[in-house]
Design a protein around this ligand. Structure first.
Ligand SMILES: *Cc1c(COP(=O)(O)O)cnc(C)c1O
Length: 358
């Protein structure tokens, strides 16, 4: 007998699996000194001015935060050159993903996305009783023709993670524009740019390239990855004001926590202070890609803060051999292994551990 009468679509959901922690791996294998390269976290703390702002705000947490995070919205709008009505803030971009699914999906509706992609997508879709339409990658990249062809009258939304998690490949705003022009304009096209700051700027900017021409384009961004604020949960969306109003109706009260708002504001205020960290991560990514390529790996283009090893059938075996050596990565069984770019010494450890495996 089960307790209560859980919704069918929830009962059949898999439990969310966050990346394994270093502590957990140490306990399981009886080792010390494990490192976690499993959750695409920034290995470095936020800018000093951001830390200072957060510390200064801690004593005020007896008060509820501003539910709508108005000051932060205004700052994001000014930063990006859009209006405040085009911006909303959520509990990370995954919070916004939940809100947009709640706002737009009825049971039986379809959501199209390339696959492999972000593991949160099918969960958010299924939660609403809607159906995921997964479009296979070709050579670890999006097949944008196939994505367009998969859109039917039942499609409410297309989800595009660029750079894609876990393969790291990206699509240009020009390629997204072509897709948008091929499908009905009442289908929302969500461009999830969690890793935007690490990608090649030549790919374009959906906010300036697409939003002025297509009111069905929604852009998700976050302070979690490049800005090193994953623990404070500040994500944001830029979209048509009508979409923003609907997302705001479903914002969990006060979920934009006070420290997250303060940190995001300070991160915007810090401007280029983040640049050296980004340059370091991008430089390390190039170094890791070069080392892997030299030892014979054929990798998809890496545009985010991780690399993707197409290990296929050997995925579980290679993942385990790395973990036994204290390097915790993220496996996608039967497909590949995603390895986050860490500090230079962590990246060296990963490269050394992998050499022994192959
Ligand atoms: C990490 C990640 C997110 C989550 O970002 P939060 O703002 O921390 O919720 C969203 N989308 C993709 C594709 C990601 O990889």
């Amino acid at each position: 007998m089960s307790v209560g009468r859980v919704r069918l679509s929830v009962a059949s959901l898999p439990a969310y699996r966050p990346g394994k922690s270093a502590d957990q791996a140490e306990q399981e294998h009886g080792i010390g000194d494990a490192i976690k390269l499993a959750s695409n976290e920034n290995p470095y703390p936020p800018a000093p001015s951001v830390i200072e702002a957060v510390m200064g705000a801690v004593s005020g947490v007896n008060r509820y935060p501003d539910h709508l995070a108005v000051e932060l919205r205004n700052a994001i709008a000014a930063w990006l050159g859009v209006t405040s009505e085009q911006v909303t803030v959520g509990c990370g971009s995954v919070g916004l993903l939940r809100q947009i699914c709640m706002a737009y999906l009825d049971p039986g509706d379809e959501v199209v996305f390339p696959w492999l992609s972000f593991e949160a997508y099918p969960i958010a879709v299924q939660t609403m009783g809607a159906e995921s339409v997964a479009v296979p990658l070709v050579n670890h990249r999006f097949d944008m023709d196939a994505v367009a062809a998969a859109v039917t009258e039942r499609t409410k939304m297309v989800l595009l993670a660029t750079p894609n998690n876990p393969t790291g490949t990206a699509v240009s705003s020009a390629a997204i524009a072509t897709l948008v022009e091929r499908i009905d304009d009442d289908v929302l096209v969500v461009v999830d740019e969690a890793y935007r700051e690490l990608a090649d700027p030549a790919l374009g900017d959906p906010v300036t390239d697409l939003l002025p021409h297509h009111n069905n384009v929604v852009v998700f961004r976050t302070f979690s990855k490049a800005y090193g604020l994953a623990g404070l949960r500040s994500g944001y969306a830029i979209a048509d004001p009508e979409v923003i109003v609907n997302l705001d109706k479903l914002l969990l009260p006060f979920t934009n926590n006070q420290l997250g708002q303060v940190a995001a504001l300070a991160a915007i205020g810090a401007g280029d202070e983040i640049r050296p960290t980004l340059d370091l991560l991008i430089g390390e990514r190039s170094r890791v890609v070069a080392a892997l390529t030299e030892s014979g790996w054929q990798l998809p283009d890496a545009q985010a803060n991780f690399v993707y090893l197409p290990t296929g059938e050997r995925t579980s075996e290679i993942y385990l051999r790395l973990e036994e050596q204290g390097v915790v990565t993220r496996p996608f069984p039967g497909e590949g292994i995603r390895v986050t770019i860490g500090s230079p010494s962590e990246n060296d450890r990963f490269l050394r551990a992998l050499t022994g495996v192959r």
